[in-house]
Design a protein around this ligand. Structure first.
Ligand SMILES: Cc1cc2nc3c(=O)[nH]c(=O)nc-3n(C[C@H](O)[C@H](O)[C@H](O)COP(=O)(O)OP(=O)(O)OC[C@H]3O[C@@H](n4cnc5c(N)ncnc54)[C@H](O)[C@@H]3O)c2cc1C
Length: 404
């Protein structure tokens, strides 16, 4: 059994951000990641001729200050790449017909009468305490919300957003300070996943293929055991996995924390990423396609960082669609035959499903954590965005750091 200053369970951006802060403080951490690759939802894959595309997260903003702090503080910082004009175009797929539009033309999809009669009253409605459906139905009308806004908003977290809080923890809408010296919307050279390699190059250690099976109280802190029996101890522990796994791992050693975390609901998303020859697809270049009523939530493209030869589309499917049906739907929407798909990659992801009471759930977790050296971080605190994860990990490190 090896003693480490800091152990971190989970090598997604939450765990890596926590590790980066520990490393910067001179506490060489060890990150234990179950899968054979780091990054979790940050998942840039390489296709033919080095062409990269995103299976998961795809867009970063100049309001991502906690993430930028990390990126800029890495020994080899990733290069920022602008997202081009295609980022401003998207498609609404309704009844088999694709309408391409820009941010403003979304308004043309609204029923005008309902919009004009609702908007004046809705503008003065408070978001706090309301769900997304309640807030936006007041603003644009219930029918406009259901017909136009709900599909677009639900495409963001790949699940229905009706019950998401309209403001506060778990909300999709955040006001964050913007960095004027940074591109408004960007990715990294090689994709969002370039930050994963950059962080891994800092003064920290990672072990992939290390699925943590048990967490115990031990020595002067924590004992962690992975599935193959290897064990480590540390005075500081970070848990940065999905809520169900965190609750399971902490159930025996920290039951109050486990109970609080177990209250976070989750959904699964089945993603299919495909690379096609540019000439094979007739769809105009756009950032994403959102259907109004279909088996998938969205199809995200790589068009905002255009390539001469290839295009990539990652479809995020609702649960319960068979692999054959997913592939068929991808082909139908793209209008291509199976042999046009140069690369097909499948992935299942677990995402939190925050509800109206999410603020109270987060509060209960934080109260259970208070005073200990256990950090719990992830995308189920302030929100799902990468910035929310990076900011949570920064705050958790400040709380549990030796001497804090
Ligand atoms: C399709 C998609 C698109 C998105 N697009 C954007 C976007 O454009 N911009 C944005 O800001 N956000 C986006 N997000 C949200 C954001 O990417 C995620 O919320 C965030 O990356 C989650 O990071 P995490 O580290 O908390 O969790 P994860 O990325 O899920 O990482 C958790 C890690 O823990 C590991 N793990 C699980 N169990 C164990 C165990 N027992 N032992 C060890 N390791 C374990 C997992 O393998 C995984 O690597 C997107 C998310 C998805 C799914």
């Amino acid at each position: 059994m090896e003693a480490r200053p800091v152990l971190i369970v989970g090598g997604g951006i939450s765990g890596l951000a926590l590790a980066w802060h520990a490393a910067r403080a001179g506490q060489r951490p060890l990150v234990l990641e179950a899968s054979d690759r780091l990054g979790g939802c940050l998942d840039s894959r390489r296709g033919p001729d080095g062409f990269w595309f995103e299976l998961g997260a795809h867009t970063l903003y100049n309001s991502y200050g906690a993430l930028l702090e990390i990126a800029e503080g890495c020994p080899t910082p990733p290069h920022l790449v602008p997202r081009g004009d295609a980022r401003k175009r998207f498609g609404l797929l309704r009844d088999g017909h694709l309408v391409t539009m820009g941010p403003l033309s979304v308004f043309r999809q609204f029923g005008t009468w309902e919009l004009l009669t609702r908007a004046p009253r809705g503008l003065f409605g408070k978001k706090a305490g309301r769900t997304t459906q309640e807030h936006f139905s007041r603003l644009v009308g219930a029918k406009n919300y259901a017909r136009v806004l709900a599909p677009f908003l639900s495409a963001v977290p790949s699940q229905p957003v009706d019950d998401f809080p309209a403001a506060g923890p778990g909300s999709l809408f955040k006001k964050r300070p913007r960095r004027k010296d940074v591109l408004k919307s960007f990715t990294f050279d090689g994709g969002v996943g370039a930050i994963v390699d950059a962080i891994a190059g800092a003064d920290l250690d990672v072990a992939t293929g290390a699925a943590v099976a048990a967490i115990r109280r031990g020595g002067d802190g924590f004992e962690v055991e992975v599935a193959d029996g290897r064990r480590w101890t540390a005075p500081v522990l970070g848990v940065a996995v999905d809520p169900a796994t965190a609750a399971r791992l902490l159930a025996v050693s920290h039951p109050a924390i486990a109970d609080a975390v177990a209250a976070v609901k989750t959904v699964t998303v089945d993603s299919v990423g495909v690379v096609v020859d540019k000439r094979a697809v007739a769809l105009p270049e756009l950032a994403f396609v959102v259907p109004t009523d279909d088996v998938f939530w969205s199809a995200v493209t790589r068009d905002p960082v255009a390539d001469e030869h290839h295009r990539a589309f990652t479809f995020h499917f609702k649960p319960g669609v068979s692999p054959d049906d997913r592939r068929r739907r991808v082909r139908d929407v793209l209008g291509v035959a199976d042999d046009a798909l140069r690369l097909v990659v499948e992935k299942r992801t677990v995402l939190p499903a925050p509800g109206r009471d999410h603020a109270a759930t987060v509060d209960a977790i934080d109260r259970a954590l208070a005073g200990g050296r256990l950090a719990v971080t992830g995308n189920y605190f302030a929100g799902l965005a990468i910035e929310d994860c990076a900011a949570r990990s920064r705050a958790e490190w400040a709380r549990v750091a030796p001497g804090a």
